[in-house]
Design a protein around this ligand. Structure first.
Ligand code: ZN
Length: 149
């Protein structure tokens, strides 16, 4: 069951940052500043992609999914693997997911998108289409129509 909703896409902001970088208005040290925490999260909970880092072009990007919400209690702010999200979505009524892309080569990192997951999405206004993948597996850039809500 799919509960993803209120998707906010940050690809425009990312393109803007990359443009600034190309134009020399910001330096790579400004944008390649992944913290040790973020890099650990990428190593242990990250979702590998086949997309090349836009900065160093030698490593593939890793997606890290951070979860926030009152129901998560002490787990709020932690990273979770993509596989764990559907389970949480069936357990909790609502929580926020922030997806960050990270390059473990050059420390580039940027927010990719955010969205809500959780059972509250199941009782909505008929937008539950019976799709199977809750978290949009590998799903950055896919099926933008969720953003309509
Ligand atoms: Zn890189």
């Amino acid at each position: 069951m799919r509960t993803q909703r209120q998707v906010v896409d940050y690809s425009l902001q990312k393109r803007a940052v990359l443009r600034e970088l190309l134009a020399g208005r910001v330096g790579t040290y400004d944008v390649c500043d992944a913290s040790p925490y973020l890099k650990n999260a990428a190593r242990f909970h990250g979702e590998p992609t086949d997309r090349r880092c836009p900065i160093c072009r030698s490593e593939n990007l890793t997606l890290v999914h951070y979860i926030y919400g009152d129901e998560l209690k002490q787990s709020a702010g932690q990273a979770r693997t993509l596989a764990e999200l559907p389970v949480l979505a069936m357990t909790l009524s609502e929580f926020q997911v922030f997806v960050v892309e990270v390059c473990l080569g050059c420390d580039w990192n940027h927010l990719v998108e955010q969205y809500l997951l959780g059972r509250d999405g199941l009782t909505g206004d008929g937008d539950v289409a019976g799709e199977q993948d809750v978290a949009g597996t590998g799903g950055v850039g896919r099926r933008r129509r969720e953003a309509q809500r």
